[in-house]
Write a protein that binds this ligand. Structure first.
Ligand SMILES: NC(=O)c1ccc[n+]([C@@H]2O[C@H](COP(=O)([O-])OP(=O)(O)OC[C@H]3O[C@@H](n4cnc5c(N)ncnc54)[C@H](OP(=O)(O)O)[C@@H]3O)[C@@H](O)[C@H]2O)c1
Length: 249
């Protein structure tokens, strides 16, 4: 797709991958509406950028983002559901609210946004991109809940792809560990392995969007290991199991 003069909505725009992606979209000549969590600062100042603080973990929040977008744009050409969060934890108790908090933003908000795009544009062309994670198919200890939410995003988008029209493009992204404040928010005390920069991940997402790629894998190294050297990944996983056990002794 051509991004010049297109209208793009992206969530999680104030930090990490989303923030880098906004800059690339603006460089390509797109008009961007970037949503970010209320109270955050979004430092992007550009004639083609509008920032919108909104909590996307509620139906009202997502509805108001669409209202805002349709006030400013004739149509939404691309919706990028990127906002998300994780908990790093060993699950020892049943906590309904804790569960709801992560599912609301990582799953419901993404699914509802995709459903809204379809409702709005029926059989007209558009793009919908969702940020999943490699943990959607290769979970790590400490991230059982998070992995479950990202697996839901993965299979939901794959299912929708079979239902939507040919020109309604779905893209799902599978980043590996990325150097953002993600791990700090999650509460992981140690460094991860195979860490990429958010700029790199955003660049690969941009290329995937422009070339209509369905599945976007920012780390070829991880893909290589997954297929040809699973022992290397098992080794890493064992280290992660040990670390989690030590924290929760
Ligand atoms: N970093 C990684 O290692 C990694 C790996 C695989 C996938 N991902 C996924 O990549 C996406 C972007 O994450 P990132 O790494 O760029 O981390 P990040 O810098 O923490 O960005 C996530 C963004 O989502 C926003 N957000 C969270 N809850 C929200 C809510 N209820 N309403 C509105 N905005 C909300 C955050 O705002 P606040 O910070 O203000 O809450 C933040 O700006 C996420 O979906 C994440 O799961 C990240």
């Amino acid at each position: 797709m051509k991004l010049k003069d297109s209208c793009v909505v992206i969530t999680g725009a104030s930090s990490g991958i989303g923030h880098e992606f906004v800059k690339l979209l603006l460089d390509r000549g797109a008009n961007v509406l970037g949503a970010y969590f209320p109270g955050e600062q979004c430092d992007i100042a550009h004639a083609n950028f509008i920032g919108f603080p909104v909590d996307l973990s509620t139906r009202q929040g997502v509805d108001s983002l669409f209202e805002k977008a349709l006030k400013h744009f004739e149509a939404i050409d691309v919706f990028i559901a990127n906002a998300g969060m994780a908990y790093y934890e060993k699950i020892n108790q049943a906590d309904w609210n804790h569960l709801s908090d992560i599912i609301d933003i990582n799953v419901k908000s993404v699914m509802y946004s995709a459903m809204k795009m379809k409702e709005l544009y029926s059989s007209k062309p558009f793009h919908f991109m969702a940020t999943s994670s490699i943990m959607s198919y290769w979970p790590l200890p400490g991230y059982a809940l998070y992995s479950g939410t990202k697996a839901a995003v993965k299979t939901f988008t794959e299912g929708l792809q079979m239902e939507w029209e040919k020109e309604q493009h779905l893209h799902v992204v599978f980043p590996v560990a990325t150097k953002t404040r993600f791990f700090q928010t999650a509460g992981q005390p140690h460094e991860s392995w195979m860490v990429q920069s958010p700029g790199h991940v955003a660049e690969i997402m941009l290329r995937g969007l422009e070339s209509n790629k369905k599945h976007i894998y920012p780390s070829p190294l991880f893909q290589l290991c997954y297929r040809f050297a699973p022992w290397a990944l098992s080794f890493y996983r064992k280290r992660e199991i040990k670390l989690l056990r030590n924290y929760y002794k």
